[in-house]
Write a protein that binds this ligand. Structure first.
Ligand code: PMP
Length: 405
């Protein structure tokens, strides 16, 4: 795989850092950089063919309506959904989870019911359920994370019962980088007739998901973590689930007939997409999918797996560096601490070296409590990273240690 050719498609890497050194971007789990094709799709929309969609009979509106429909179709194929009706555009993963919480679960949740999540969830897949439980007098049950970072599946098996109204888990932790065994968890839940929501925010940038074979009921992702723009994402839901839900928002674009007394609504997916869409975002997301599909899936996986193993080896050789969680089922994402130096000091020091990593609790405070640390450093890789980036990180960490200790 020609990584330098891939990297050359990302104009940001041609910019020098403020200190004039090469830019090493290792915060891909937060958001990934954008290839030229994504930037071009957005620029073309605003500079050459700007219009609304779904409402005008004039040519740019028809072109853009067709393009937005095409993106929906691309997402459908990408996820292997049964139909375009199951693909709803949202502003991102957080938005999608909140919509399922408010419109799918809230109407069927009563006092004493349970919602199961895991201890490793991002706040986006925790707070909506926690608040719903508080409102309804329901209980949030939490799958413990083992020392290895793996979820305790035996706990799950023994807690799935009639009271449970939803299992909501991430496909991969944004802190530990450990991929969950979704097939097994979904089968266990479905045996008891419990619907399952999958937070795939950390997955689709490096792994494909087949929603039909996975058989999840909902799956969410954000385009900005997979080379697309911010503020746009997808809520996949099985048609029968989306049909049962009232429109997420009320307003224009979703109606058949409106009188002052009442309104009738369109079929899926329009029913759930009131208001003017984030058209540039959707077009950018389409270009991002094209970019991902232009890469050989197996080669990408092999490259990322090589980078992750290489990084684990190099990082582990640093005295006082502790990696959170085990090495099995690992996504290209490593969280660690360095004895005696606060993660924020490390990331500030690394920034001076032109290296971007994330420091903090990564919007997963309960997981930090679980591992009894306030914060960690997270280095996460994308297809444009290479071994030189890891070497730069390694050298800079040694330099950080000699500066602070
Ligand atoms: N879930 C996970 C696992 C994440 O990593 C993130 C983003 N850090 C989110 C949800 C929320 O994504 P967004 O901010 O794009 O809505």
């Amino acid at each position: 795989m020609d990584i330098s050719q891939i990297k050359s498609q990302f104009p940001i890497f041609r910019q020098p850092t403020p200190k004039g050194n090469d830019f090493v971007y290792l915060d891909n789990a937060a958001t990934s950089q954008k290839p030229q094709c994504v930037i071009d799709a957005i620029t073309r929309y605003y500079s050459e063919e700007y219009s609304t969609v779904g409402r005008g009979a004039y040519w740019p509106a028809s072109i853009n309506t067709a393009r937005v429909n095409e993106v929906r179709s691309k997402v459908k194929t990408f996820l292997n959904a049964a139909s375009e009706r199951e693909i709803v555009f949202t502003s991102g993963t957080t938005d999608g989870i909140n919509k399922v919480a408010r419109n799918f679960l809230a109407p069927r949740l009563t006092a004493g019911d349970h919602i199961i999540i895991s201890e490793a969830e991002h706040h986006a897949n925790l707070i909506p359920w926690q608040q719903l439980c508080l409102e309804k007098g329901a209980e949030l049950k939490v799958i413990p994370v083992l020392e290895s970072g793996v979820l305790d599946e035996s706990w799950l098996a023994s807690h799935l019962n009639d009271k449970v109204k939803l299992l909501a888990v991430s496909a991969c932790s944004n802190v530990l980088g450990i991929k969950n065994d979704l097939n097994s968890m979904i089968s266990l839940a479905h045996e008891k007739g419990i619907p399952v929501l999958v937070d795939a925010a950390q997955t689709l940038c490096h792994d494909r998901v087949d929603v039909m074979s996975l058989n999840c009921d909902f799956l969410l992702f954000s385009a900005h973590k997979m080379f697309g723009p911010t503020g746009v994402g997808v809520l996949y839901g099985k048609a029968q689930c989306l049909e049962q839900m009232k429109p997420f928002n009320y307003g224009g674009g979703i109606v058949k007939e409106v009188t002052m007394q009442g309104s009738s609504f369109q079929d899926l997916p329009a029913k759930h997409e009131a208001g003017t869409a984030n058209i540039s975002g959707i077009l950018g997301m389409g270009a991002a999918l094209d970019f991902i599909l232009s890469l050989d899936e197996k080669e990408t996986a092999a490259h990322l797996s090589d980078l992750t193993s290489y990084a684990l080896d190099r990082l582990e050789s640093i005295e006082g560096l502790k990696i959170m969680g085990g090495k099995d089922h690992k996504a290209p994402l490593i969280s660690f601490t360095l004895d005696g130096i606060h993660p924020h000091d490390i990331s500030t020091f690394l920034s001076e070296e032109g290296i971007c990593v994330r420091a903090g609790h990564h919007c997963a405070q309960p997981l930090m409590h679980r591992f009894q640390i306030p914060a960690s450093i997270r280095a996460s890789f994308a297809v444009y990273n290479d071994r030189k980036d890891i070497d730069r990180l390694y050298e800079a960490l040694l330099k950080t240690q000699s500066f602070f200790l």
